[in-house]
Each structure stands twice: as C-alpha cells, then as structure tokens.
Design a protein around this ligand. Structure first.
Ligand code: F6P
Length: 341
C-alpha cells in the first residue's frame, strides 16, 4: 500500500515523532510506501509532495515543528477542492491518508472519510481541546514552557513590586492556563470557560501585595470579563473562521493599574509555546499514536482516530474528535481557587 501523510493547522512539538513512528513501522513491518504531503491539506489539493521514508525521518524525533510543513488550508472552502484531492490521490497511486491535526484538520478528514477517502486521524494540539482523547501531544511541552516563564516572572515581579500577567494560548479552552498556573503557583488563573469578575481579580492582586509577594496572573488568550467582549487582534478570519486573539493581557494590566494603583505588565508567550523540542511525555505519546495509527490502517479500520484513554491507546470514530470541544470543567478551576490572592 502507498500512504500520504500530512500535518495541518497550528504546528506543535511531537508532530515529527508521529511521522517517524508511522513511517518506521509501516515500512519495516508492513513494507508500505509513503509520500509526504506539504503544508496540510494544501499538499493533496495542489499535489505538493516530498519523499518520505525511513532515511528521510532519521533524527527528527526531538525536532519541534513538522518536516512536512503545515497550513490552515480548508479544501471545503476551495472550488472543486475535494475533487482535486481525489484526483491527485488517484494520480499518485495513494491508497490512504494519515492526517495529523486538530479540530480543523480532523474535521476535514471526517468529511473526506464520509466521501470515500480512506483516512486515519492522529490528534494534535497544544490546546488539549480535542474531544475523545484524554491528552493531545504538544500540550505537555507548551505547559512546561509556560511554567518556566512563570517561574522566571516570579523573581522579577518581586524585585519590582509589580503585578505580572502571562498571556498563554487557548482560544476556547483554558487547559494551558489552568495547568501552567497551578504548576507555577499563579495568584489567579483566567480561562475562556469562566468569564471573570475584574473586581475579584483586583482583590487577588491587592491581597497578594499585602502578603509582600508580587502577584502573577495567568490568562488564556480567549478569557473574557463578565459582561465584556472577547478581545481580538483584528477582524480577519482564517479559512476555518477563527479570529486572531491576543490583547486580554494588555487589557488586564491597564485595568489593574487603574483600579489598584500597582504597576502591572504583560508578557505574551505566543508561538514560543509551540516551538522547540517536545518533552519526553510528548515524544512517547506522539510515537505511540503514530505506531497505533499505521496498525489501524494495516487492519483497514478507516475513519478512526487514535486516542489516549487512561494509559491505553484506543481507536475512536474520527467524527467524535470534533463533535464538541473538550473544555475545562469549571469545577477544576474552582479547585485551584484556594491558591488565588
Ligand atoms: O490551535 C492552536 C493555537 O495554538 C491556538 O491556541 C491559537 O489561538 C492559535 O493556534 C494561533 O494560531 P496561529 O499560529 O495561526 O497564529
């Protein structure tokens, strides 16, 4: 059999580990051939490929990003997009696809599966918000990067008696904010799932200063004040209809200064959270996902996604990954509140 492999959406540490595992097991154990599609769905759409075999994947396990490239191309938004993909797969004698991505990439994979394209999905996102898998790889790396930043901010915040705000990624789900805030000893964690009360946030800031500590506030980019609007960078949307977020950290710093008189500054971690080498946890999870994905393909179990349930890798229907977003249960945030202020 001949497979096309692609990575779509925002990149994340561990993508190369999946590619390596799929190719290693597929070639070595099953004698399969692979072709790498460049830049997500743009690859099969425009016939953009690169060679993919064991030799091409040597040494990529610890490398961040994706050797295949990525994009947010949505073939369902392009005229004859699906027909062009089907034609290109036939022309290149590709029997099936391994699609590695988040809600958008796997959403496209789900629709293509329904239209007769053989596909297996692998879940990725630093946001950890894909349904029907306990964790996605990339999340652990992103959390560790955010925790290192928080640890560093504590010392400079204390030296200057400032409130420091860390804005982390998370459009609709506050997993990175919750985990990094808990691990980093934040004075307050703000997530999209629970609109916040700015007066309460300011009371946490004041009480932290009263204990002669300097507050660190962790805020997800999609967090919003009660009765307020989401703060966006501009009004442009990508091919999947997402607006660019960022700005809530700056807004908070201004409000805190105005309301408490304390100096406040914001650090936006941005794409630093997505770059660089994956943690050991993410390397192992990504590798296991890759191994199980090619086994599912070998068994002809099309239309499935590999998923982590407890410590086991299971196969679940592709459609279940995107039927809803896995958001943070507000009870988890409530658990952390004893550390606020
Ligand atoms: O979907 C993952 C994610 O990291 C979001 O948390 C974030 O809003 C978005 O990607 C940023 O995407 P881009 O790389 O297109 O700026």
């Amino acid at each position: 059999m001949r497979f096309g492999v692609l990575t779509g959406g925002g990149d994340c540490p561990g993508l190369n580990a999946v590619i390596r595992a799929v190719v290693r097991k597929g070639e070595k154990e099953y004698g399969y051939e692979f072709i790498g599609f460049r830049d997500g769905w743009k690859g099969p759409l425009e016939g953009l490929t690169m060679p993919l075999n064991i030799a091409a994947t040597r040494g990529i396990l610890p490398r961040g990003g994706t050797i295949l490239g990525s994009s947010r191309t949505n073939p369902f938004k392009i005229e004859n997009g699906v027909e062009r993909i089907k034609e290109n797969l036939a022309k290149m004698n590709i029997d099936a696809l391994i699609a590695i991505g988040g809600e958008d990439t796997l959403g496209v994979a789900t629709k293509l599966d329904a239209l007769g394209v053989k596909v297996i999905g692998v879940p990725k996102t630093i946001d950890n918000d894909l349904n029907n898998t306990d964790y996605t790889f990339g999340f652990d790396t992103a959390v560790n990067i955010a925790v290192e930043a928080i640890d560093r901010l504590h010392t400079t915040a204390e030296s200057h008696h400032r409130a420091l705000i860390v804005e982390v990624m998370g459009r609709h789900a506050g997993w990175i904010a919750l985990h990094s805030g808990l691990a980093g000893g934040a004075s307050c964690i703000l997530i999209p799932e629970v609109p916040f009360d700015i007066d309460k946030v300011c009371s946490y800031v004041k009480s932290r200063f009263e204990q002669s500590y300097a507050p660190i506030l962790v805020v997800a980019e999609g967090a919003l004040p009660k009765d307020g609007d989401l703060i966006t960078k501009d009004s442009t949307k990508d091919a999947f209809g997402h607006v660019k977020l960022s700005g809530i950290g700056e807004w908070l710093a201004n409000e805190i200064e105005k309301r408490t008189g304390a100096e406040a500054r914001t650090s936006i971690l941005g794409h630093i959270q997505r770059g660089g080498t994956p943690t050991a946890f993410d390397r192992v999870l990504a590798t296991r996902f890759g191994l199980h994905a090619i086994t599912a393909a070998h068994e002809g179990d099309w239309g499935k996604m590999v998923a982590l349930h407890g410590t086991a890798i299971k196969r679940v229907p592709l459609a279940s990954a995107t039927e809803k977003l896995k958001t943070v249960d507000p009870a988890l945030l409530a658990e952390a509140e004893v550390f606020f202020g």
